[in-house]
Design a protein around this ligand. Structure first.
Ligand SMILES: Nc1ncnc2c1ncn2[C@@H]1O[C@H](COP(=O)(O)OP(=O)(O)OP(=O)(O)O)[C@@H](O)[C@H]1O
Length: 233
């Protein structure tokens, strides 16, 4: 059987001295569309941060892409991060650079040298997120939904095995939010493991995946509960 891309066993996670999650057990595979839901401040972003080692795990065993998080060597951290695509809640686009420059910057710092290859890859990701033609614009010239698409384009430049997305529909209207979910579902169907923190239970129901709820410092798989209720509705 294929090894899971993310494998957590009895993991405890803290912010400072405060326990945010305990006894986390989960195993995720390529092509999974995974939702993290839970109240404001329950720990969704904190959990995502452990996956890219922004926050260390406190105890237990966590493996991601074959790397053991609590035993990661310093030189392996950039290698791990290069296999992850991260879409932050506030996009983090560079405001004083065009969209093309925002994207080429990432490719250059991750070792791409040839301009022809850089331009081709930028063309490809802009095609995927349906934003061709925006190369010369600045982030402030784009709507929130368009900036979200560019943030996703940037995250997938290096063909990550795992895409981590923090609340992709936060400030977006319903139709725009739905188009972002469509795009992320497409990425999962293409084989990427997509892990998304979201409050948007309506769209979670429309785009079936694995649903984990953070509640009372635990991570519970509520997939059946969510979609069985959908059928009853
Ligand atoms: N840097 C930090 N230092 C200390 N505590 C923090 C830090 N960041 C977050 N916390 C706390 O950890 C808890 C979990 O926060 P987190 O941001 O993970 O929640 P969330 O579920 O993602 O919330 P939201 O739905 O608002 O995005 C909160 O109580 C928060 O106050």
């Amino acid at each position: 059987m294929e090894k899971p891309l993310v494998d957590y066993k009895n993991v405890e996670i803290r912010q400072g001295n405060r326990v945010i999650l305990q006894n986390v057990n989960l195993s995720l595979n390529s092509g999974d569309l995974v939702y993290l839901v839970g109240e404001v401040g329950s720990g969704k972003s904190t959990f995502l941060q452990t996956l890219y080692q922004e926050i260390p795990i406190q105890s237990g065993i966590a493996e991601i892409l074959g790397y053991r998080l609590n035993q990661l060597r310093e030189k392996d951290l950039p290698k791990l991060r290069q296999k992850l695509g991260i879409v932050f809640q506030d996009f983090k686009l560079l405001p004083d650079r065009t969209i093309h420059a925002n994207l080429s910057f990432v490719l250059e710092v991750t070792g791409w040298q040839k301009w022809a290859a850089i331009n081709q890859r930028i063309d490809e990701v802009l095609e995927i997120v349906d934003m061709k033609g925006s190369e010369d614009k600045y982030p402030y010239e784009l709507s929130g939904g368009e900036q979200q698409r560019i943030a996703i384009a940037r995250a997938i430049l290096n063909r990550p095995a795992i895409l981590l997305v923090d609340e992709p529909t936060g400030n977006l209207d319903f139709i725009t939010g739905k188009s972002i979910f469509t795009l992320l579902q497409h990425m999962a169907k293409e084989g990427t493991l997509v892990i998304m923190a979201t409050h948007n239970l309506y769209l979670v129901r429309e785009f079936p995946g694995k649903v984990f709820q953070i509640k009372s410092q635990t991570l519970q798989n509520i997939t059946e509960k969510i979609y069985v209720r959908e059928i009853k509705d």
